[in-house]
Ligand binder design. Structure first.
Ligand SMILES: CC(C)(COP(=O)(O)OP(=O)(O)OC[C@H]1O[C@@H](n2cnc3c(N)ncnc32)[C@H](O)[C@@H]1OP(=O)(O)O)[C@@H](O)C(=O)NCCC(=O)NCCS
Length: 135
């Protein structure tokens, strides 16, 4: 049964502006350690791809935060929600710490999809529950 859905659209120029203002500190607030390593590698090779990577992660995390009904409130935090990748390229939600515990205790599972165009990144998330009783 569907537990919740969430969507988000992110203006890539705003992410660019935050990066210009706060530098790596901004990326480190939003990205997990594994994502940070990917972001650094992409930014080093092609800075624009780094900004896009950060924008799609930003929108996916916000979409997930809405699908679980918490928004950016504990136990939901930017860094505890990681957007990983399957060998096929499909994005997957990988949770850590107290967020992972909270999510698993509720018997939830998540599906995420992301997209970006010249100026925007957008994401859509579906969270399912193994329970047949409405939350
Ligand atoms: C959910 C959240 C991450 C979205 O913030 P945002 O990127 O600035 O705004 P967006 O335009 O992308 O999304 C806003 C929409 O998210 C939805 N939303 C808000 N809280 C939500 C929640 N807990 N669960 C699911 N959806 C939520 C609402 O539909 C809202 O639109 P509305 O205000 O017109 O009804 C943000 O509102 C948040 O973190 N909220 C929790 C923290 C909070 O509420 N702090 C203030 C305490 S009073």
């Amino acid at each position: 049964m569907i537990y919740g859905i969430g969507t988000d659209i992110c203006d890539i120029r705003r992410i660019q502006a935050s990066l210009e203002r706060h530098g790596e500190r901004f990326a480190a607030k939003v990205l997990s350690d594994a994502e940070m390593a990917t972001w650094k590698a992409r930014s080093a090779r092609w800075p624009e791809r780094g900004v896009r990577y950060l924008a799609t992660r930003f929108s996916a995390k916000e979409a997930f935060s809405k699908a679980i009904g918490l928004g950016m409130r504990m136990p939901m935090t930017w860094r505890l929600c990681e957007i990983g990748k399957l060998p096929s390229g499909q994005p997957v939600i990988v949770l850590h710490g107290v967020l992972k515990e909270w999510f698993e205790a509720k018997g939830l599972s998540a599906h995420i999809t992301v997209t970006d165009e010249s100026e925007y990144a957008a994401s859509f998330c579906v969270v399912e529950t193994s329970s047949t009783v409405r939350p």
